[in-house]
Design a protein around this ligand. Structure first.
Ligand SMILES: [Zn+2]
Length: 330
């Protein structure tokens, strides 16, 4: 994001987050006006908080066919002092690929990825350091397979890492097949979202094939509760401690949270999902800890106690304070 870093300068690294992102096509919705300064400030405050826990580097896994803003990501990194590694690469074909990219052969697509790594992304001189690959649930699609071939070529040329998004309980194994077919060095591939499943043998198989296993949705209670996730992580640490990578797939700031229209917020399913998760975590912390509301707000990604109180009261119907006293008794 702000230049090359040696591996020993990275520090503690979160391997799959989003410092700034947005759904594909949000930029086409003229009702949305991005308040870039607020977005940068908000995301930088998240990264600063992460730095307080020893985090030195965050990998942003937003691919090129999402609303990706290298210029803002660089500002967020500079403002927080946390290194940010941006991604080239593509999201699932189900979510839609730009038609031009569908016309490209794997070698041409590899040229596109390579250019983003060597010269810069989206018309900027901000270079990517990671290649994101995403495949859908039933099987690896035709274009997704091509993206995998292109990612492997671009990795061979540049040395950039590959990280993935997989879906469903066997998505990781399908990806491993496709990467093997493409001649990948699996030791340089992070299979992400392995915590879609909590089956220890599934994780062991991925590690045994040589890939890194991403438990990268820590805190996403709606997908997998942290308890079983924690047990699965411990199980794999017992056999393959060098294959385990952790992250949250959190979004520090996105277009959609920083928009000017408030007439009909239903369009923003993405933001709602996030908000629901944050409220769910807040609820659990109110039930199980004595943390003050301000601290809970920080942990759940609300900018302030006031933000938490407002969203919590909207969603649950009572304030955090009365929720806690009702739950625990006076
Ligand atoms: Zn993600």
């Amino acid at each position: 994001m702000t230049g090359d870093l040696d591996a020993d300068q990275l520090g503690r690294t979160l391997v799959h987050e989003h410092v700034f992102t947005g759904l594909p096509g949000l930029e086409l919705d003229g009702r949305l006006q991005l308040d870039a300064d607020s977005a940068v400030e908000r995301a930088a405050s998240w990264l600063t908080a992460a730095a307080g826990h020893g985090v030195g580097t965050v990998v942003d896994a937003t691919p090129m066919n999402w609303y990706r803003r290298p210029d803002l990501m660089r500002r967020i990194s500079e403002r927080s002092g946390v290194a940010v590694v941006a991604s080239t690469g593509l999201y699932t074909e189900r979510m839609g690929w730009p038609f031009h990219l569908k016309l490209l052969r794997a070698t041409e697509l590899a040229d596109v990825f390579t250019r983003e790594i060597e010269h810069g992304m989206a018309g900027t001189d901000v270079r990517a350091g990671m290649i994101k690959i995403a495949t859908g649930q039933e099987s690896v699609g035709k274009y997704e397979r091509r993206a995998i071939e292109a990612a492997v070529l671009a990795q061979q040329r540049t040395g950039a890492g590959i990280l993935t998004h997989n879906e469903g309980p066997t998505g990781a194994l399908q990806q491993l097949e496709a990467f093997t077919d493409a001649g990948a060095d699996l030791s340089r591939v992070l299979i992400g979202y392995c915590d879609n499943s909590t089956a220890a043998e599934y994780h062991r198989e991925i590690a045994e094939r040589g890939a890194h296993v991403g438990f990268d949705r820590v805190g996403h209670y709606t997908i997998t509760p942290d308890g079983p996730r924690h047990e699965a992580i411990l199980a794999l640490l017992g056999t393959h401690p060098d294959r385990v990578l952790l992250s949250h797939d959190a979004v520090a700031a996105s277009l959609g949270e920083f928009f000017s229209t408030e007439e009909d917020p239903r369009w923003e399913e993405f933001g709602f999902t996030l908000l629901r998760q944050r409220v769910a975590v807040a609820r659990e912390l109110l039930e199980t800890t004595d943390l003050p509301v301000e601290q809970i707000a920080g942990r759940c990604g609300f900018g302030s106690g006031a933000g938490l109180r407002r969203h919590f009261t909207d969603a649950v119907g009572v304030s955090p304070r009365s929720y806690r006293s009702t739950f625990r008794g006076p």
